[in-house]
Write a protein that binds this ligand. Structure first.
Ligand code: PSU
Ligand code: MN
Length: 306
């Protein structure tokens, strides 16, 4: 059974606007104390924009939609010291194991979508999604976030994906899986830190109510898949692609040298890119997360009022 605090249960029953938030970005995506500050800022941003935030994770074996402040704090502290509890990274396939073993687990985009859908929450805000990794022809490393988008009806608001990934292949794969990619006020697929990856998006919408209309229509014709809404990072914090590329190249080389594999690849690359760019990339990361939470709240409000 999914744990739902009373205020979330009520919001769902009354069809009020709710925005799901993931916990992997807290436990494995950003360092302490920035992660804790970010988790609190995102919830506040959703509330300011008239929606209810629901941070999702598996808390001591309980799949939880609407983590408490204390749970979020524990997840943020995970891994900072040896006496802090371990919080695993959970994709869709890992949920059952964490539940059965009563572990703490931070949910990725894939697992957050799965639990959000089970709770009838339709809108989810994150930073960047996982995708097809560079070198996937040899490693077969393709994030389960993509296959989850293919089978779970949740609208995911993000800033595209980091170019630690093969972005052209990621967009091709989303097309294969039948997942619409909608640019929010843009014709280009954002590359997380940069406003454009140079790749076009197949569709565009400029207002939350237009996104809401597209989503409603997709629910009729999409065969149960999700939808990706991509928002470029705020212009004052965007980093040019040329600047971030050298940090990404360095991170990829370090991952290969250290023989990083499987679930560890993405957290390793995220931490190494942050180390290579010190400061600047984290500032962008936090600003775009906040913007995405705001856009998601506006979309959730538009959906509730139609
Ligand atoms: N990309 C980012 N920031 C993140 C992640 C990806 O720019 O925090 C996290 C998300 O939780 C995403 C997960 O769902 O990493 C993908 O991991 P993998 O590539 O192992 O599927
Ligand atoms: Mn992977």
């Amino acid at each position: 059974m999914i744990q739902l605090p009373e205020h979330i249960r009520t919001a769902i029953a009354k069809h009020q606007p709710i925005v799901a938030l993931e916990s992997t970005v807290i436990a494995h995506g950003l360092p302490y104390p920035h992660n804790l500050e970010m988790a609190q800022t995102l919830e506040a941003e959703v509330r300011t924009n008239h929606a209810t935030p629901a941070t999702i994770g598996v808390v001591q074996g309980q799949p939880t939609v609407g983590m408490s402040t204390a749970d979020i704090e524990r997840f943020a502290l995970a891994g900072t010291q040896t006496d802090q509890p371990h919080v695993s990274k959970l994709s869709r396939r890992d949920i059952a194991y964490a539940v059965a073993r009563q572990h703490d687990g931070a949910t990725t985009v894939a697992a957050t979508m799965a639990l959000a859908a089970m709770a009838s929450i339709q809108v989810f805000a994150t930073g960047g999604i996982g995708g097809v990794h560079r070198g996937a022809r040899d490693t077969w490393d393709i994030s389960a976030d993509l296959t989850e988008l293919a089978r779970t009806p949740v609208l995911v608001v993000c800033a595209g994906a980091k170019s630690i990934l093969d972005l052209p292949a990621t967009l091709e794969y989303l097309e294969t899986l039948g997942v619409p990619v909608v640019g929010f006020g843009t014709d280009a697929f954002p590359a997380f830190y940069s406003a454009s990856s140079g790749l076009p998006v197949p569709s565009r919408a400029d207002t939350p109510s237009d996104i809401a209309t597209l989503w409603r229509t997709h629910q009729q014709f999409g065969g149960g898949s999700g939808m990706l809404v991509v928002v470029p990072p705020p212009t004052d914090v965007a980093i040019p692609e040329e600047t971030i590329e050298s940090a990404i190249e360095a991170a990829l080389a370090r991952a290969t040298a250290a023989k990083i594999r499987g679930q560890q690849v993405t957290p390793f690359l995220l931490a190494t890119v942050a180390e290579e760019t010190e400061g600047e990339s984290r500032h962008t990361n936090m600003a775009l997360l906040r913007q995405n939470a705001r856009v998601a709240a506006h979309i959730a409000c538009a959906l509730s009022s139609t």
